[in-house]
Design a protein around this ligand. Sequence first.
Ligand code: 5GP
Ligand code: ZN
Length: 112
Amino acid sequence: MSVDCIFCKIVQGDIPSKKIYEDDELIAFHDIHPITKVHFLIVPKLHVNSLAECEIQHQALLGKILLLAPKLAQEQGLQGFRTMINTGREGGQEVFHLHVHVFGGGATLPKI
Ligand code: 5GP
Ligand code: ZN
């Protein structure tokens, strides 16, 4: 838990979210400003600033996040999806609590 971290507050239930999954280590919820038809975030309950701060003790957690992505994407009705982990300010990260974006929804997915 980090004071003033939006995602820690969502984990704690202090800020509401449109939650789609929760277990003892992870939470997933719809992004407040979706940029595709389906856009959700998978977030560890443990506060880690970014992927750049992850170490060997986070290996299993990172694997668990990635394995959850296709399950939740399927539940959301997606046939395919894109994942993104913005890391650091230069990487476009705005919320400094590790999270994986999952995007999908057919033609609304921008070409990269
Ligand atoms: P980043 O750029 O850090 O990878 O992405 C942070 C994402 O969190 C953004 O897409 C933003 O819309 C989303 N976000 C920021 N604050 C909130 C919030 O309070 N609730 C939800 N559901 N999403 C948020
Ligand atoms: Zn946090």
